[in-house]
Design a protein around this ligand. Sequence first.
Ligand code: AMP
Length: 500
Amino acid sequence: MSFSNLGLSEKVLAAVAATGYTNPTPIQEQAIPHVLARKDVLGIAQTGTGKTAAFVLPMLTILEKGRARARMPRTLILEPTRELAAQVKENFDRYGAGQKLNVALLIGGVSFGDQDAKLTRGVDVLIATPGRLLDHTERGGLLLTGVELLVIDEADRMLDMGFIPDIERICKLVPFTRQTLFFTATMPPEIRRITEAFLHNPQKVEVSKPATTAVTVTQSQVPAGREAHEKRELLRRLLREAKDLKNAIIFCNRKREVAIVHKSLQKHGFSVGALHGDMDQPARMAALDQFRKGELPLLVASDVAARGLDIPEVSHVFNFDVPHHPDDYVHRVGRTGRAGRTGTAISIVTPLDQKSMAAIEKLIGQSIPRAEGDYEAQAEAGDASEHPREQRGRERSRGGRGKSPRERGQRGHDRERSHEPRGESRPSTEARPTREAKPPREAGHASEPRRGSRPQANHSHVPSIGRPEPRRQRDVDTEPGDHSHLPAFLLRPVRSPAGA
Ligand code: AMP
């Protein structure tokens, strides 16, 4: 099948040829004719499948006829994050270069004034995150009654971020007769409900089984001690010993952890950037840009910030934290091994992560092998050297830890979002300063081989991910046994029974 058989306009075909694509991807092949026939589409596809072009190319063809009116966009695309919205805009800029279309981006962290001015000039394509879009409609500067085509992208991520009520509100503001294109990687019941409510006889196109990891990705798990500083030591070792590491995304569950791991790696001489929901838009874009260009080969990120990023050549994904929800594992691992390339995904697994790992293995339908090496012994040595008080504290905490945040009715991502109204419009706050660890324990800790005693790995293949560690440095943040990363309710003192 070639692009010319799909019904796209000459201009769009020329733009595709200029990009160098020879054949449509399966999602493009299946979805584009339905979009051009003005049918609703339910696309089940992950990022990396070419799904963005699957809606951008036919939209460009449709938009060749007609023109925009002030404050009444003709088409609307909803994206869960600013980065994804910006990426979709890049797609319009690339494929729509030969057309005079007005494409506007409504995302948080950018001034309302500039966005208002754009809306006043008339917009053919409005790409928005839900929170900022509703801010504009509430201010009266935007009317959605002229929207002929609505795209809801990454719907399952919208669900994770708590955007579904916003999506429902927006769906009621656009005309009932519009065409709707709906993309999701997975179909949890809440998403199914939304599709039933807002799509009209949709054409279902599905390109890969939801929740599968690419066969080109080599996955492994590495056991670690429970303490955060042990995990950071292990991460450094893994980074130094990784084979064919060109660049890597290191995922943490919470934005605070992102800031800590980022700072720690920097201190240890690695070239590393960070991406989390509390950074302002220019800082996020700058980090992403440096990572894309290879100036910073390592990126520490949270799920929310990194979701769906189109970074074609990531050689490694590290799960510094095992995600609480198995879907997130699939999305993280999906950052590598894209478009048939090979990739490596390594998860750092503490004893407390066993339940989450079992859920992940069940979801992806395969077991994740343990990495070869002396990691196990090191993890055990780390745990054995714990202070008894820390152990007691943890035993107490564990009562509330058995359940994942989602099981407790609280989503992991919501914690990231809880500080951000609708996750979008809040300007940045700096990562809170972190505390210094006590050096003696770190220096003498059993779980990192001392320099010289480390297995003689050949690091010549390691690109300039960082300077070799000049000498033992103090790690940042937590002291051993510091549980400040735990939710406050887990840290409340437990009253002992009388006489105990
Ligand atoms: P997406 O799933 O939209 O994030 O796209 C993933 C990657 O595939 C992007 O880097 C696109 O530029 C690329 N891509 C999209 N369509 C094609 C195609 N037909 N042939 C080759 N690459 C493509």
